[in-house]
Design a protein. Structure first.
Length: 262
């Protein structure tokens, strides 16, 4: 059933992409690694985290301050780490941090902090470093065990009716763990499974759809926190229904494991 949904849905979107000129049948199929621009620097989020560790811990009173973005794009790192940064305008703004440009959407705010800030969130997106043989061989990044993933304090960070979105590889072992063990442990009810299908610029799957080892797609498991009934009922009117299935079809980024924006 999943194969049929992915095949038919992707075929329709690819046809639209070819009509619009976004995809080109004559394009030589490009892999992620071939698309890497020489000397290209990544988004630097890991470097930001390392930088944050060098600054002293910020107490809760300091967190209440809000830095409003204006036309100035270069902001001292310590200013971004000490308070909420907000873009209250109707247009996106660019900030330069550690030599890299970051786009801040209109009417949005962000806080560079660890989870000890204790803020409640309406949406939590998780992309765990799943354990697999390829990761072990390449030693590209550290992975987390199932037990370690369960220790992420999602219940403490989730607002009533919080939507929890978890990226999962196409391994059935990981998918069953999220739906049958992880989400129940966090008091999260599974609502839907979405799929991100990876294609080339020629509109072909990056891997054979029927491959027994690797698949050209990854899974998104969406669930909602089941908490205090009174709080849940009060907010239920604001909750939008979640489609049971959606396809995200895109050419993957050259950065390893970089996910598409949701």
């Amino acid at each position: 059933q999943v194969r049929k949904l992915i095949w038919e849905g992707t075929l329709h979107l690819v046809q639209e992409g070819l009509k619009s000129g976004f995809l080109h049948r004559t394009t030589t199929e490009l892999s992620c690694r071939k698309n890497v621009v020489p000397g290209h620097i990544g988004c630097g989020l890991a470097e930001l985290c390392e930088m944050a560790k060098q600054f002293p811990a910020v107490n809760e009173s300091d967190h209440q301050a809000v830095h409003m973005l204006d036309d100035e794009t270069s902001i001292p790192e310590q200013d971004l780490l000490s308070c909420v940064t907000e873009n209250s305008s109707n247009s996106a703004k660019i900030v330069v941090l550690m030599g890299q440009k970051y786009l801040v959407p209109p009417k949005s705010s962000f806080l560079l902090s660890d989870i000890s800030y204790k803020k409640k969130y309406d949406v939590i997106v998780i992309d765990p470093p799943w354990e697999n043989k390829s990761v072990k061989r390449s030693n590209r990044y550290s992975h987390l065990s199932s037990w370690q993933i369960k220790q992420i304090p999602v219940p403490a960070l989730a607002a009533p009716n919080c939507l929890v979105v978890t990226w999962v590889t196409n391994r059935q072992k990981h998918l069953h763990f999220v739906k049958d063990e992880l989400y129940p442990y966090w008091s999260v009810k599974t609502l839907a499974e979405w799929h991100w299908v990876k294609i080339t610029r020629a509109g072909e799957f990056v891997l054979p759809l029927d491959s027994l080892h690797k698949k050209p797609y990854e899974v998104l498991v969406l669930g909602r926190v089941q908490g205090d009934m009174k709080k849940t009922l009060r907010k239920s009117e604001d909750v939008l229904p979640i489609p049971e299935h959606k396809l995200i079809v895109s050419v993957p980024c050259s950065l390893h494991s970089h996910k598409p924006p949701l």
